[in-house]
Ligand binder design. Structure first.
Ligand SMILES: *Cc1c(COP(=O)(O)O)cnc(C)c1O
Length: 375
């Protein structure tokens, strides 16, 4: 007779549901604005490198240290190569950092709301995660250092997700200077924003700045990210990583992307311009839109946010809805192409007018904008 299943997992694994990534549908005809991918293809140089790649070379292992890409990043940023680690996307580097700096007696800290992978990684590691509520306007609270006293790793997304705002730089510098553990600044969206925190790595030996090619370089499918920090931190993180964490083809194509600066600048400029079109269009439709320094906007529709999300989905437009207390009256919308933005706005207008004819207009226009109204 077959034996019944008994779990042998560590309780940390059994007791969490795991991180829920945004949907990745494969059907054609869907306008996908839910996971902040770039609407433009990667640099033509990337396609060229890929076409000329000889598959016979895949017989060999890749360079364990991704030396060529790291050297290029070093040249671009002015840091030494031993200050840089490459990852299989920045999620890989987040896992490495969690394993390096947290355990049952060394908690993680992060804000709420933020990228929800952080607390998931802490839970899997068996580490406590101290979640510090952002203020009503999603800014850093004044007593942040007091609240994070026990933590050994503080992960800060700047620009933050899903809110899109850029925490005040002096506040972040104060955290870097006074927090007694490691401050990891996740700059996944920094190329769309007006400044960055790379200079803190030069001043503070406890700061890690992390970036990804998934958003601004249109290479989410390639899986490449990197982190910059004091060489001692990088040395320790390299001990923790998988030996061959970055595939050969990824290294090669990441490098090709870095070579094409003009193309990169053009795409970024387009996204920033179209972001303003999206923000203005949503405001005209009575959305409350938070300021954005990223390639997405966080906006509260003038009706129930979950229903709006579902209405869009029925019409083949995917945005992201986060059903937590702080975020449930908003949706997060990636800045797509200008055509996608125009379809989104047109569809939204239709959805709102339908709701208006079914219900009395006043019931949602006047009450739907506040954060607490949709719970
Ligand atoms: C998208 C995202 C990442 C993950 O990037 P990958 O390099 O694709 O793993 C990390 N942090 C934040 C805040 C993100 O939004």
């Amino acid at each position: 007779m077959e034996r019944s299943y008994i779990s042998h997992f560590r309780p940390e694994v059994d007791n969490i549901s795991g991180y829920t990534p945004g949907e990745q549908p494969r059907e054609a005809g869907i306008i996908k604005l839910n996971t902040n991918e770039n609407p433009y293809p990667p640099s033509p140089g990337v396609s060229k490198e890929m076409a000329s790649f000889d598959a016979a070379r895949l017989r060999l292992y890749p360079d364990p240290l991704a030396t060529a890409v790291r050297a290029e990043i070093a040249a671009m940023t002015g840091f030494s190569i031993d200050s840089i680690i490459a990852g299989n996307g920045s999620d890989d580097l987040l896992t490495i950092a969690t394993r390096c700096f947290t355990d049952a007696v060394r908690p993680m800290a992060c804000f709420d709301p933020t990228y929800s992978l952080y607390p998931t990684l802490a839970a899997l590691q068996g580490a406590k995660c101290i979640q510090i509520p952002l203020t009503d306007d999603f800014e850093v609270p004044d007593d942040v250092l007091k609240q994070t006293e026990e933590a050994n790793l503080f992960i800060i997304a700047r620009p933050n997700s899903p809110t899109g705002n850029l925490f005040h730089k002096p506040q972040i510098e104060k955290i870097c200077a006074e927090f007694h553990g490691i401050v990891l600044i996740d700059e996944a969206y920094v190329d769309f924003s007006r400044d960055n925190c790379l200079d803190f790595v030069r001043t503070y030996p406890n700061v890690i700045v992390m970036r990804t090619f998934s958003k601004s370089r249109s290479l989410a499918g390639l899986r490449f990210g990197y982190a910059i920090a004091h060489p001692k931190i990088i040395e320790g993180m390299i001990k923790m990583k998988d030996s061959y964490n970055v595939p050969m083809l990824t290294q090669k194509l990441a490098l090709a992307s870095l070579w094409d600066k003009a193309y990169f600048d053009t795409c970024i400029a387009k996204v920033k311009t179209d972001r303003e079109v999206l923000i203005l269009g949503l405001k005209e439709l009575n959305f409350k839109v938070l300021p954005s320094e990223a390639n997405f906007v966080f906006a509260a529709p003038p009706k129930n946010a979950k229903n709006y999300f579902l209405d869009l989905k029925r019409r083949n437009i995917l945005v992201r809805y986060f059903p937590t207390a702080r975020t449930c009256s908003y949706v997060r919308i990636s800045v797509g192409s200008i055509e996608e933005i125009s379809v989104l706005l047109k569809t939204t207008k239709e959805i709102l007018s339908e709701t208006g004819s079914n219900n009395s207009v006043g019931s949602y226009v006047t009450t739907g904008i506040g954060r607490s109204s949709e719970r």
